[in-house]
Design a protein around this ligand. Structure first.
Ligand SMILES: [Ca+2]
Ligand SMILES: [Ca+2]
Length: 213
């Protein structure tokens, strides 16, 4: 056991002087931090993808399209605007059809639904593909710049409505997609150009949103 020795008055006096002296010697003003100029801070963070709004029942605008030059030269039906609105393919082949665009050798049209479509139980999109049952590949995205997610590749598309019109359906769940606004329909026939007809490739008539009012 250690015996504590009581502090003497002299020791207490020396301690208080030491404490007072220490406080007077210390520098009360720390040097300022270097200032950070606004221009040195990181630039704006990437804009998050916002998938908002209510989609139209049918594709509203053409976002982007591409068809090989060879196909454009040989095919008669090259206007992507006819893929907007309700299905209306009609007429007679080979030179008197109306209402669809022939996608040629692996061509595509990307359509804007005008708002965000969310995955629901069952099929979410109906692609109207005219004339016969040419296969199509369908991708979707929340942004016009992608990334686009594959729903199904080279799916035979032509459940008959009448002699010209046909369709096939797609489910967001097949691509594990929760929501999307842009639909890319790509030719899945992939018949090399020049083919033997004036409407080579899948023939896109319309894209419909399923299950919305
Ligand atoms: Ca679904
Ligand atoms: Ca059409």
């Amino acid at each position: 056991m250690r015996r504590e020795r009581p502090l003497t008055l002299l020791a207490l006096f020396a301690l208080s002087i030491s404490l007072l002296g220490g406080s007077c010697d210390s520098d009360p003003s720390p040097s300022p931090s270097p200032s950070v100029s606004p221009s040195a801070s990181p630039s704006a963070s990437p804009t998050p993808v916002t998938c908002t709004g209510t989609p139209s029942t049918y594709a509203r605008t053409v976002s982007e399209w591409w068809i090989p030059r060879c196909s454009l030269n040989y095919n008669l039906y090259n206007d992507p605007q006819v893929a907007l609105g309700p299905p209306d393919a009609a007429g007679f082949g080979p030179e008197s059809y109306t209402g669809f665009i022939s996608l040629g050798f692996g061509g595509r049209v990307t359509l804007d639904l005008g708002g965000c479509l969310r995955d629901r139980p069952g099929d979410d999109l109906r692609v109207f593909q005219a004339v016969s049952s040419e296969p199509v590949t369908v991708y979707v995205s929340a942004s016009p710049d992608g990334p686009f997610t594959l729903l199904e590749g080279r799916k035979n598309c032509g459940v008959r409505i009448n002699a010209v019109q046909g369709y096939c359906d797609f489910d967001f769940a097949d691509g594990r997609v929760a929501e999307a606004r842009y639909v890319r329909v790509e030719d899945g026939e992939i018949f090399p150009c020049p083919g033997g007809t004036r409407s080579e490739g899948a023939d896109l008539d319309a894209v419909q949103v399923l299950g919305t009012p």
